[in-house]
Design a protein around this ligand. Structure first.
Ligand SMILES: [Zn+2]
Length: 289
């Protein structure tokens, strides 16, 4: 079977010239393995099936706001036009800095959205992405959040009642553990093994008094210190990791592609470089097989 036959089977014979706006790839953990799907106007493409294949993504030189669809020269806050970026709660600064959540002050840009997305239980977790990191996520976003970050293992360590609380705990722990992923390192693979359970116990020991104080502050019905959670291990569909990570973007290139070596986090790893799909949210593209 030729490559094109392969691909047209995968794409369900979709017209490969049809354009669509990129969005973060949908992810799922199946038997410990990360599964990726790209949403197009013609349905989902199973990206795992494309690994080992040669294909190109063409930028149609049009970007649309993910919220209102308006044609825009560049995106703000990860896929929005400027007006939407200052109007939507999900594009507010407090999403990046959860400890600054201002819902309680009555100043949430969209209180209904805040109620559904921020005033709900969250986890503080430890993960091995490019090394040890601490992070937060809605309880419903596990393991999605971990796959999006390219973590090879993760474990929830504290359950809290709101996004704000998770941010306060994260900020505390981030004085000892990184809260960012070094994406270049993450994309080189070869993660050092980290004993997440020992590291968790060390942090609980080190921050014992502070954790108690926060538990008293927020109320013990809001906070659960998790001492018996299981580690989730995640394998990525990668044939080989690049020695040198060179980043490709549609802000500089009209066409990106080559032989797909693998997928990790929200990155496609081609033999000629990597592209962060999520950071191109709203970019209109079409595929060439
Ligand atoms: Zn907009």
């Amino acid at each position: 079977m030729t490559l094109v036959d392969d691909l047209s089977t995968i794409l369900g014979h979709m017209d490969n010239l049809n354009s669509f706006n990129l969005d973060k790839m949908e992810v799922e953990l199946v038997n410990g393995k990360a599964v990726y799907r790209m949403r197009t106007n013609n349905g989902l493409i199973s990206m795992n099936e494309l690994i080992g294949c040669d294909f190109k993504i063409h930028f149609d030189k049009e970007i649309n706001c993910t919220n209102c669809g308006k044609k825009i020269p560049k995106t703000y806050s990860g896929g929005y036009c400027y007006p939407c970026s200052i109007k939507l709660a999900e594009a507010d600064m407090c999403i990046l800095k959860p400890e600054t959540c201002h819902f309680a002050n009555g100043t949430c840009r969209e209180p209904e959205w805040g109620l559904k997305n921020c005033m709900i239980p969250h986890y503080v977790y430890l993960a091995n992405s490019s090394g040890l990191k601490v992070g937060i996520t809605r309880t419903t976003q596990i393991p999605t959040r971990w796959i999006d970050q390219g973590a090879v293992a993760a474990i929830p360590i504290i359950k809290v009642g709101t996004r704000l609380q998770s941010g306060v705990f994260e900020k505390l722990l981030s004085s000892e553990v990184k809260d960012k992923t070094d994406w270049r390192k993450m994309l080189k693979g070869g993660n050092e093994e980290i004993d997440l359970i020992s590291r968790r116990d060390e942090l609980f020991e080190l921050f014992g008094d502070d954790l108690d104080d926060l538990e008293n502050k927020f109320g013990s019905d809001q906070i659960s210190i998790l001492e018996n959670e299981m580690i989730t291990a995640i394998e990525y569909p990668v044939l080989s990791y690049p020695e040198k990570v060179s980043s490709m973007t549609f802000d500089k290139l009209e066409v990106v592609g080559g032989k797909l070596q693998g997928i990790k986090g929200q990155y496609l790893i081609f033999d000629v470089g990597v592209i962060n799909i999520r950071s191109h949210t709203g970019y209109k593209v079409h595929l060439e097989l």
